[in-house]
Unconditional design. Structure first.
Lengths: 226, 226
DNA sequence: TTAAGATGTAACTAAGTAGTTAGTTGCAAA
DNA sequence: TTTGCAACTAACTACTTAGTTACATCTTAA
């Protein structure tokens, strides 16, 4: 039992029209609270460092509810990881590259990527944790297909249009391009605590980040140019 | 009985001139074994997941020796992190960019960086762990000055020479350039378990990596060009 | 009102886990 | 042989933690 247990409560929808309200509180809301608390906890402390008691406290729920709804710590972690991806992908869908002029679209994608990472440090932390686990969980996760980034679809169209307009060179692989763009922001943002010590550069400051964005834009656009 | 019991039998070696051997083993060697085992353990399981008992077992040492030599788990982690940086920096010093022609030097630096990450995954894992800890340990570490990457010194000279030769544009910041180069390899290598799921790209294969290196070289060199 | 199931809680347990302690062993100098 | 000491060890302690259980309370339907 990895996840679901959808609507365990309202089993009697039998007769009438009645807004079915669950007995003694609201199970769905409790589950959401637990999931949200779990995301925070696993992002903050990693898989081994996360504590069920803290999750319960943060969710205003009792520990045994966690086990009732999510079976065990591992399954809760899996649910939290999946929910994290779901939320991130939802954010990505808001981006509308397709109407923009190709150069502008790439610039917007880059700024969006940077700001996305800055706004969701918990997501980067979960990613780091899952890779430290060697992808143990994501590999066996059902419904991973839905995790595919919607950015790639949009980027594919932008590249095609840019190519047709004679702006971009041919055969640019959208996934590889996006990996390069993501790389440029993932590294400084996820290593914000160690890089200043090692390179003496304050990669967390908005000045550095803005300058890095401008520099990266120039580099990527030149790289795409026909 | 955890494991060892080194030489329980030959208790009377009294006789003559003998190479001075310390009582029942060798403290320095034991310390090294513990440190090496700790690096492995913390890289593998993270800070919370690491287990003192496993470190003791791997080092063929008794648990209480760990506390005698390293005080506590946190201090052991700090020692392991510092040793990890020391080893990585030693490897970096072998790189000799200064005699090479500027373009060639940049190419060599890029390949070296990629291969360095591939050869030392435990270092990337320790970095990820330390950033999950928000740099708690590296910030309070004595002797961090010695951690500064020797690559920056070499790169500075390469850039200066390239500029004088009219090959590179002016005022390229060496640290920022190196951060870009490191980014391009850090992201795919440290996310090798999640990226294939999300982008359907096998970023761990040598084919992908070689192609990524070539593509990155072109991009970086164009970006540096006058 | 009551039955029954859904929802919630505190107390408990079994298995770890970091750190300590009291003592043993091996070596070399006196 | 004796003594001093550093290296080493097994067993233990105090505490934490995932997971369980027995029980209480709430909601709805009959």
């Amino acid at each position: 039992m990895t996840e679901p247990m959808i609507e365990p409560a309202n089993n009697k929808k039998k007769a009438k029209a009645k807004v079915v309200k669950r007995a003694a509180g609201n199970a769905e809301q409790t589950k959401k609270n637990i999931l949200s608390a779990a995301m925070h906890e696993f992002a903050e402390y990693g898989d081994s460092g996360a504590r069920i008691d803290r999750i319960a406290a943060r969710a205003n729920a009792n520990k045994s509810l966690i086990f009732r709804y999510f079976s065990n710590k591992e399954a809760l972690y899996a649910s939290a990881l999946k929910e994290a991806y779901r939320q991130i992908r939802m954010g990505e869908e808001e981006l509308e590259l397709e109407q923009l002029e190709p150069y502008e679209a790439i610039r917007k994608l880059m700024r969006f990527t940077m700001e996305h990472y800055l706004k969701s440090p918990w997501f980067l932390r979960l990613l780091a944790t899952e890779n430290l686990r060697r992808g143990q969980t994501i590999e066996n996760m059902e419904g991973i297909a839905g995790l595919q980034s919607p950015l790639i679809t949009q980027l594919t169209k932008v590249l095609k249009r840019g190519e047709e307009m004679g702006l971009f060179r041919e055969n640019v692989n959208p996934s590889n391009l996006y990996i390069i763009i993501a790389s440029l922001f993932y590294f400084p943002i996820s290593n914000v605590y160690t890089l200043p010590v090692v390179f003496g550069v304050d990669v967390g400051s908005s000045e550095w980040l803005e300058q890095h964005l401008r520099s990266s834009e120039r580099m990527i656009l030149a790289h795409l140019k026909k």
